[in-house]
Ligand binder design. Structure first.
Ligand code: GLN
Length: 475
């Protein structure tokens, strides 16, 4: 059998129950792999010491017939999710020494389920980026081809799961940061409905866009982790109650909407071919493919890159060198602020703070921020209209497979990475990326993903659609 760290949540839970391995052996397999491979991959910013008490408690619970499949499962956490007593730096020099004083709600829930934590994973600073190259602590490498990026911003979590340095991981997604790295490393990545998962204890990037979600080796694992972390939370007033939106009953046959006019010249030919190939297999399996029109989608990226920096500039204002975070002293109070922020933040973070401050300034708020907000409303109604004729909407997660380091050093070319993923954050709808096949680049086979969007609270539809794709991959 495969090494224990290579198992899925489902298989590892089974192995623990049939006594193929103990919790300690499962932990050791993950922690050893993490220590061996991390010097090369830089997936983890910190690998935690073994927590004997937690391992022992999990083992006892399993022996007593504990129902949670996550009991004793070693997971990784993105470095912007708080775990009490541990550093949470959001991969920024600004928070390099910041220790969490409480658990994020998702962490509390996972602890209650008996899950274990291997370490905190690398990311683009404050989750801004699509390659993990914007980390203040060096980039993460893609385990499928170490000359390439793992995607971002949750690149460390994706690399840790793909290289089997943990069983599964959590990331955060503001404009694609779970789904794009999932696509680049051959994993399943879910961005839940806005408000489905509590943001309490997540270091905020864009508060109206952020969601925490799972990066997993299989669709079923994604469902298990999502079910464990979701639910309304008094600590996050934007969380939503079950069934707030109409329930989506999934029939056996799905109607899959494809906005063909959006899948144009910008998408690599071989990625398009893999995408069309998967659609054909889904049709053969009894699902139907329907055309949908989403004309405002061509403005989604522009709207995102106005709304997101506006929220970033607001959220990061608290990091001023006075209250907490990196502090540097000049001759005046103003110099204290300027020096602390200039030294603490990286280039991309500074760029977005400046951009966000500009679009919110009284002279420009109507021209930029309010227009972007109007586009957001239009996108939501266009998607809702499209969902009258289909259950889910499909396109490739990214136009290309993982790129090489430095290939997108021009910020605009990096932003174009997010063309397909940002809309789900703007509309608040749930979306998933699932592996659809491989394409060849310089002699290496690289994974690419198919992306499904569902109506609000339609996660179940996503799991059904994603499992159908998964079946085409193993067949
Ligand atoms: N790549 C996008 C950005 O740079 C998305 C980031 C994210 O989802 N956190 O903003």
């Amino acid at each position: 059998m495969s090494r224990f760290n290579e198992l899925t949540i489902v298989r590892a839970a089974q192995a623990l129950r049939t006594k193929e391995c103990t919790v300690r052996e499962l932990w050791d397999a993950c922690a050893t792999a993490a220590r061996e491979k991390n010097p090369e991959l830089n997936a983890y910013l910190e690998i935690f010491d073994v927590d004997e008490a937690a391992i022992e408690a999990a083992q006892k619970r399993i022996e007593a017939g504990d129902a949670s499949l996550l009991c004793g499962i070693p997971l990784a956490l993105k470095d912007n999710i708080l775990l009490e007593g541990k550093v949470a730096s959001a991969a920024s020099k600004m928070l390099a020494n910041y220790r969490a004083t409480y658990d994020a709600t998702v962490v509390r829930k996972l602890k209650e389920a008996g899950a274990l934590f291997v370490g905190r994973t690398n990311m683009d600073e404050f989750a801004m980026g699509s390659s993990t190259e914007h980390s203040a602590f060096g980039p993460t490498k893609n385990p499928r081809d170490t000359s390439r990026v793992p995607g971002g911003s949750s690149g460390g979590s994706a690399a840790a799961v793909a290289a089997h340095l943990c069983i599964a991981a959590l990331g955060s997604d503001t404009g694609g940061s779970i789904r794009q790295p999932a696509a680049y490393t051959g994993l399943v990545g879910l961005k839940p409905t806005y408000g489905a998962v509590s943001r309490s204890g997540l270091i905020a990037m864009g508060s109206s866009l952020d969601q925490i979600g799972p990066l997993t080796k299989s669709v079923e694992d994604g469902r298990i982790l999502y079910e464990a972390i979701r639910g309304s939370d008094p600590l996050d007033s934007t969380t939503i109650a079950d069934g707030l939106y109409s329930a989506h009953v999934s029939s056996a046959a799905l109607r899959i909407g494809v906005p063909r006019e959006l899948i144009g010249d910008g998408v690599d030919e071989d990625v398009k071919a893999v995408f069309e190939g998967v659609l054909k297999k889904l049709e053969e399996a009894g699902h139907s493919i329907v055309d949908v029109a989403l004309p405002t989608s061509s403005h989604a990226l522009a709207a995102y890159y106005v709304i997101m920096p506006a929220e970033v500039s607001t959220n990061l204002a608290r990091l001023d060198g006075i209250r907490y975070g990196h502090a540097s002293r000049g001759d005046t109070l103003l110099a204290d602020y300027v020096q602390s922020r200039t030294e603490g933040f990286g280039e991309e973070t500074l760029r977005r703070i400046i951009l966000g401050t500009f679009v919110l300034s009284s002279g420009y708020i109507d021209a930029y921020y309010r227009k972007a907000d109007a586009a957001r409303e239009l996108l939501r109604s266009e998607y809702n209209a499209a969902f009258k004729n289909c259950d889910v909407i499909a396109f490739p997660t990214t136009p290309s497979p993982a790129f090489t380091f430095g290939a997108k050093s021009d910020p605009l070319s990096m932003y174009l990475e997010d063309v397909y993923t940002v809309t789900a954050n703007l509309t608040g709808m749930p979306a998933v990326s699932v592996p659809m096949g491989d394409v060849a680049r310089e002699g290496n086979m690289l994974p690419v993903g198919i992306h499904f969007t569902a109506p609000h609270q339609g996660e179940e539809l996503l799991f059904v659609a994603a499992s159908e794709v998964e079946k085409t991959q193993t067949a």
